[in-house]
Ligand binder design. Structure first.
Ligand SMILES: Nc1ncnc2c1ncn2[C@@H]1O[C@H](COP(=O)(O)OP(=O)(O)OP(=O)(O)O)[C@@H](O)[C@H]1O
Ligand SMILES: [Mg+2]
Length: 488
């Protein structure tokens, strides 16, 4: 994936260090928690109810006191009435008759002022009038001649009303208790929902902040991965203005330097190999002339030495051509020349070409073909042959005598599946993804000759065909190279 390039615009932004970001996130979560607590407490306010219950309890106490006063008045009036009715009153009775109305008046006015401080009476005009009228009636009976039955009737009426007030107050209190229970229940439900909501918001905030910290790190990680594959043209965008942005700037500068170095290395390598090509060709020609004894007869030892020199020159010139080719491929100057080919015949011929070297080493070579007859495919035969050449030469190099190499070809859904499987040395798992890198050689094959270019070239060829190549291996269990390419 190509990373989006963004200019270093950090100077325009406010620098927020990572520790501040984490602290801010923590603060936001705390504020959410505080808010939720305040809201729950606000919902749970029972003060008004408690005040109301308190008032009602007070009023009931006052009303009970009134009832008590009424019963005292009742008793007092009975005694007063009987004293009044006595024909011959002694001094004591006279005194009692003289002062009792005053005491009763006093008690009636106490009842009146108690009623004035009871809310339910003050707030209800009809009750207020009823009670005041009863008291007025009692007062007027007291002023006039004694009338016990009328007095008792009005007093009972007053007492009845007060009892009704007490039961109304009690009902009000139980209603208030019910309401407070309901409020508590609702508050618990509200508290749970609010806490969940705040938890959700805190999680989202934490995720956003974590994402803001993690995203640039992920970008850096991705770019590092590309750098490891030798792609130095990647630049990491600046997404923040913190320590990661500083790291990003250093990373981008490092990538630029590496890119320049890589270019210089490639140019150096290709100019050297280019310059080596002609002298090497002349050495090869000279050695071939010597081998053909154009300059005179050679002794057996001389012939052997020339043969060895020619083999070395061959290896050297293959290396030079490989280096030049891979450079061309990486620069995108490599072109395929596809031709229509009979797939089965192509595979058979390619494998046949290697059978002698396999027989020489004593390694078996098997072909397993699952290709319908006359399957014609459009491929660059020379290049695919080159891939096979490397895979088979690798299999032969890394498989001991007595081993077995199996080549498979399969054709399904317009895709050509090839594989080269051996039961040789194998490749360590941690090196498996590096074997397609230029010049990489696995630790299991360090004492076998090679330059580490074969698989890099094979990968370029397969990729140019629009295909894919991969390897599966097990130490001492063997290696399988698979590649798949579209048939056209
Ligand atoms: N069949 C295999 N079994 C075990 N190791 C292998 C096999 N094929 C490749 N390798 C490992 O992968 C490395 C890279 O292979 P590659 O073909 O690119 O290079 P090479 O064979 O060493 O040199 P070159 O192909 O350029 O002559 C090899 O050096 C070897 O360590
Ligand atoms: Mg090789």
């Amino acid at each position: 994936m190509r990373l989006f390039r963004r200019k270093d615009d950090r100077r325009k932004r406010i620098r927020v260090p990572i520790v501040v970001k984490i602290f801010l996130g923590f603060m936001v979560a705390m504020i959410f928690m505080l808010l939720s607590n305040l809201l729950i407490l606000h919902r749970m306010v029972l003060r008004d109810i408690v005040v109301e219950v308190g008032k009602s309890v007070h009023d009931v106490a006052r009303e009970e006191k009134i009832l008590e006063t009424i019963s005292q008045i009742k008793k007092l009036y009975i005694s007063y009435d009987s004293a009044l009715k006595q024909k011959h009153k002694d001094a004591e009775t006279k005194k009692f008759v003289a002062k009792t109305p005053k005491i009763i008046f006093q008690k009636l006015s106490e009842i009146r002022s108690s009623l004035d401080s009871i809310d339910i009476v003050q707030n209800n005009d009809s009750i207020y009038l009823e009670l005041q009228t009863s008291i007025d009636n009692l007062a007027s009976i007291l002023q006039k001649k004694s009338n016990l039955s009328a007095w008792n009737r009005h007093l009972d009426n007053l007492s009845h009303h007060i009892k009704m007030l007490i039961s109304a107050e009690n009902e009000h209190v139980s209603h208030l208790v019910e309401r407070s229970e309901q409020i508590s229940k609702n508050s618990v439900r509200f508290g749970i929902l609010l806490t969940l909501g705040m938890l959700f918001l805190s999680t989202i905030t934490a995720l956003i902040i974590a994402g803001r910290i993690a995203r640039p790190i992920a970008n850096l990680r991705r770019a590092t991965h590309y750098a490891r594959l030798g792609k130095y043209n990647q630049r990491v965008p600046f997404m923040s203005h913190d320590e990661i942005a500083d790291l990003t700037a250093d990373f981008n500068a490092m990538m630029e330097a590496l890119g320049k170095l890589e270019k210089m290395k490639a140019m150096f390598l290709s100019s050297i190999t280019h310059d080596l090509k002609s002298p090497l060709y002349r050495v090869k020609l000279g050695l071939e002339n010597l081998q053909d004894e154009i300059h005179g007869k050679l002794t057996k030892e001389q012939k052997h030495a020339v043969d060895n020199l020619l083999a070395d020159v061959e290896t050297l010139s293959r290396l030079i051509y490989d280096i030049l080719d891979i450079q061309k491929m990486e620069d995108g100057k490599f072109e395929l020349h596809r031709t229509r080919t009979d797939l089965a015949e192509f595979v058979r011929n390619t494998v046949k070409k290697h059978s002698i070297s396999f027989a020489d080493k004593g390694v078996g070579l098997k072909l397993r073909m699952n290709v319908p007859a006359r399957t014609s495919v459009l491929i660059d035969t020379k290049q695919i042959e080159r891939v096979f050449e490397n895979l088979l030469s690798n299999a032969l190099k890394f498989t001991p005598a007595g081993g077995m190499v199996t080549v498979s070809a399969d054709f399904r859904n317009n895709l050509i599946y090839f594989s080269v499987q051996d039961n040789g040395a194998g490749i360590p798992a941690d090196e498996l993804d590096k074997i397609f890198d230029k010049f990489f050689r696995a630790t299991t094959g360090k004492n076998v000759r090679g330059t580490g270019l074969g698989l890099a070239i094979a990968k370029q060829i397969i990729t140019a065909h629009g295909g894919r190549i991969w390897a599966e291996s097990e130490i001492a269990g063997g290696t399988t190279f698979n590649f798949v390419i579209p048939s056209e």
